[in-house]
Design a protein around this ligand. Structure first.
Ligand code: UN1
Length: 505
């Protein structure tokens, strides 16, 4: 562990406030302890940001924006290219830190860094493609077009479950758009935040650029509230629960700021009578057990045609019996610990709620007799309208729900307040297209013969309803990080008015 920290330039106590490559020396604020969820041991600590330092961050970020927004977009893209290259060099070390601090397995830790590299590459290309439309003016000798301008300061609040990739989705795109980024990572994964900041700083050290990437840390929630309410933050991008996101959305809207919300999911996979179970079963298992059920895209419900129910249930229980749970740094492990003790308690409480409804726990929901936050992944037979099924338990509990028809399954799939990800497994073209048609899935992501999680960065990522409506990462999600300006230029000698209005003096 010491070697890993050294390779990432981390020490026992790390500065938590960064103004680009400068950091705050103030040692009077409290420490956030980074705890290894596999062992319960202290990895290292990160210092909280004081209110005075926060002010300094905001002032410097505003000054920096004035300079950075004038750098040509492809040159901004080159800075992100250097970050992508540095991340390639740190793929395994940063991936290992993600595993150490978050508990996701080695391959998923490295995969998360790969997701950062992918979005960096995407952003480099996008930096030459910040396209606006041109329109034909109704007036002679007039030219009309739109251009995209940088927004200003982008505040990014990320969750523990993707401690580095979600920063990269926001920061790489925001940066090529000419914005300055201020990141507040989850206090549960603060060390990952410092590691990323240091990699970025080293990558940009010789570039003579104004500071573009800032970092603040806080484990009390007070600074987060100041941040959300701060009118100097032009776009606040928040990833977290629906309950907190609802407050964030209302507060930012109250100050007429822009908000990008990436909130909870209650994602379902439909297994119809034509499904190929050789695809469906592994996809369901990865979707429900991957990252120990702590992705916003985790598969939480399986809506199974009644003719396939017993078959699917038997296959899933068998597959769950083969999940190797343990140290996530061991390459053979498939499921590591949950992030903390309260997450384990919530999965136990969900199992109790299923029993209280008269439902059956087919397997799992048992703590492991070892240190760390380990619990076996659970499968329950349930009904879609139970409260516990309607809400997102952020852990490995999967609900199997029988359905009579495809319409029935689609209605249940949509019959929750969240709208992030969805999937159908079928070899029937009509059923697949029905699921994808306008009366089909109401989610931001709708897949056929692919599970609900593990989206590529090239598409826009996000969801509807209480998932918050935001879109991050690929496609035209960059537009959320810029302001659109419509411009009309009169190159003639007359001043005709639109709509043929006469206003002769
Ligand atoms: C999240 O859980 O907040 O699609 C993000 C996925 C990942 C991202 C998940 N690419 O599962």
């Amino acid at each position: 562990m010491k070697d890993l920290l050294k390779q990432l330039d981390l020490t026992a106590v790390n500065a938590g406030t960064w103004y680009g490559s400068d950091h705050c020396e103030d040692q009077s604020t409290g420490l956030i302890d980074s705890i290894n969820p596999t062992t319960g041991e202290l990895i290292a600590s990160v210092r909280n940001t004081s209110p005075a330092e926060y002010e300094r961050v905001l002032t410097m970020a505003q000054e920096s924006f004035a300079a950075w927004s004038k750098v040509p977009a492809p040159v901004r893209g080159n800075a992100v290219r250097l970050i992508g290259n540095a991340l390639r060099e740190h793929r395994t070390t940063l991936g290992a830190l993600v595993t150490l601090e978050n508990g996701k397995i080695k391959s998923e830790g490295i995969g998360e860094v790969q997701e950062m590299i992918d979005i960096a590459d995407f952003a480099v290309g996008q930096s030459r493609m910040l396209y606006g439309n041109t329109m034909h003016s109704e007036r002679p000798q007039h030219r009309m077009y739109e251009q995209w301008q940088p927004l200003g300061l982008v505040g990014t609040i990320t969750a523990f479950n993707f401690p580095v990739a979600v920063w990269a989705w926001n920061a790489c795109i925001a940066a090529i758009c000419g914005n300055v980024n201020i990141w507040k990572p989850s206090p549960k994964t603060a060390l990952c935040g410092v590691a990323v900041q240091k990699i970025v700083n080293a990558a940009l050290a010789d570039e003579n650029l104004p500071p573009v990437f800032f970092l603040i840390n806080d484990d009390s929630n007070e600074l987060a509230q100041t941040f959300v309410d701060d009118p100097r933050i032009n776009l606040l991008s928040f990833t977290g629960s629906c309950a907190v996101g609802r407050q964030v959305g209302a507060r930012v809207a109250g100050r007429m700021g822009r908000v990008l919300l990436e909130l909870g999911g209650n994602n379902a996979i439909i297994v119809d009578e034509f499904a190929n179970l050789d695809l469906a079963i592994p996809a369901i298992v990865f979707g429900s057990v991957g990252t120990a059920g702590q992705r916003c895209t985790t598969t939480r419900r399986v809506l199974i045609h009644k003719s396939r129910f017993d078959e699917v249930r038997t296959a899933l229980v068998k597959a769950y019996g083969q999940i190797r749970i343990g140290d996530p740094l061991d390459g053979k492990t498939l499921m590591g610990p949950l992030i903390d003790e309260s997450s384990v308690t919530r999965v136990e409480a969900a199992c109790d709620a299923v029993r209280a409804h008269g439902g059956e726990i087919l397997c799992g929901g048992e703590r492991l007799d070892r240190p760390g936050n380990f619990i076996t992944p659970a499968i329950a037979v349930a009904k879609n309208d139970w409260n516990i099924v309607q809400s997102e338990t952020f852990g490995p509990i999967l609900y199997l729900i029988p359905c009579n028809t495809l319409d029935d399954a689609i209605a249940m799939q949509n019959g929750v307040v969240q709208g992030l990800s969805s999937a159908i497994f079928t070899d029937n073209l009509q059923n697949a297209e029905r699921f994808l048609s306008s009366g089909g899935s109401d989610c931001g992501i709708a897949n056929v013969n692919i599970g609900t999680s593990g989206a590529e960065i090239g598409g826009a990522f996000g969801g509807e309803k209480e998932t918050g409506g935001g879109r991050e990462a690929g496609s035209d999600a960059w537009k959320a990080y810029m302001r659109r300006q419509t411009t009309t230029i009169n190159w003639g000698k007359n001043l005709p008015l639109a709509q043929g209005v006469n206003f002769d003096l």
